[in-house]
Design a protein around this ligand. Sequence first.
Ligand code: MN
Length: 585
Amino acid sequence: MADFRIPQLNTLLSEVEAKRPLLSEPEKSLLKKAYEFAGKAHSEQKRKSGEPYFTHSFETAMQLANWNLDIPTIAAGLIHDVVEDTRFTLNDVKDLFGEEVAFLVNGVTKLGKLKYREGKDKNSKEDYRAENIRKMILATSEDLRVVFIKLADRLHNMKTLAALPPAKQKRISLETTEIYASLAYRLGMQNLAGELEDLAFPFIHPQGYKWLKENTRARYEKGLRHLEKVKQTLEENFQKNGIKWTKIDYRLKRMSSLYKKLLRHDMNLDQIYDLVAMRIIVNTVEDCYAALGTIHQLWPPLPGKIKDYIALPKPNGYRSLHTTVICMDQMVTEFQIRTAQMHEEAENGIAAHWAYSQAKTNKEFIKEKKTIFADTQEIKWVQQLRSWQDSFTNPQDFLQSLKVDFFKDRVFAITPKGEVIDLPAGSTPIDFAYHIHTTIGDQCVGAKINNRLVPLDCEIQSGDVVEILTQKNKKPSGSWLQFVKSSNSKRRIRSSLKKSQSLFLKKSQQTELKIIVRDKVGLLKDILNVISRSHINVSNVNAASKASLPTIKLVCDINEKERAEKLILKLKGLEGVKEISYHFL
Ligand code: MN
């Protein structure tokens, strides 16, 4: 067996310090404590690959450090699996690391309860479900840092996916593409999104992967040789025109996105002009446009291929200039031009925004002793999402539905099987039960949230796993109407109550008979005899004699018209009965 080494704390500290050189002693000791605690908690566990489990925790934290996230997030990354997978509890984490780290770990643990299940068919319902899960991840997390930890966790899991059995590989890869890569993309983390998709790609499309590997290698090499020549020409001309650049390099088109594009072009590689693209990082926005001008002076641009994502950023915040030109040797070549900050944002998206804004405001937080996760950060990224939304034209897109309200007005609960149920905020287990099925709502007698019995009027929080206990023939209670939230549940309860009420009435329904008689002694006794021979119960007799004609009023238990008429027929056979009418009470 291979000799796996436990990764060293210093490796992590230098990754962190590469981005934040002013790491304080308390920050260092927080990381050290988390490192040691996670190492101890997972010491008996191994990954499927045979590696120590702790390697996974460590790599997750390394990724978070690479995104330049704050120290509590990196510490939470180290211990993100402790509550889920070891004997230590959330309270242990709270005692050792305080509220903030515990909050982050708990957030990740809650997200871990989500299971993505592959649907039977690929219809729009699937998209809807994936959409629900993505929304729910955001809503449940409450804090984007929880999402970042989850994404870092998933990235390492994808890198080590080869160790898992094939069926699992496929399921996890699909989940990664449809949920996490897509979420990362929408958070503007293009680089991560692409990396996740590329890691998943061979497991989802093994044939396509093989085909691409065999057919693209020569083209990639030719493209790179070409770009090497282009680079020299560019450097000379930039220098001549006084454009300051920091980097000119290439980007290879990702396999997963190349494959998607090829499917639209009959797998014809000649149709793909951006297999490799030149990426130019310059100092200022002015330099971006100057560089674009220089390129167009050198080579003619293809019409319709000039994209100004600086003036009009993509919905996920992406900014860059793109152009495609007929380059040297008549090779169609794509260029991407951006500043260093745009580049950082394009790679790491909202994580980059977060790191910037956090660096600015960190001191204020400490001064005011505010918890970072409480409100300011949330507002910040909601604002971010909103500003993306503003630059939006396609109503089909995710962010359109991601209204700020959506976080306040919706709550996402999970069934024991891992389905996500989208409910109005303030919903109770009864709402949840009616959402699943009317019968489950009607027969609900109790509920468990996260495995604990709770009262039926308790409010569900996003990420709660809700289980409904039912009892056959149980009827809903009218008191539920006082606390259920969704109009659907109210309607169902009302209609259920009405049904059972009329059933109750029907069973015990009574009929009043009004019999007009000739004054005949003993007739009442004859009447009662007939009724009792018909096995009908009489509950009230009222023989009125004040009326012009003597009348006997009887209340008896008859609930069907047929039965009443049968009885009347019999009674009419009695001598002295003149007229009978009846009505149901
Ligand atoms: Mn994990």
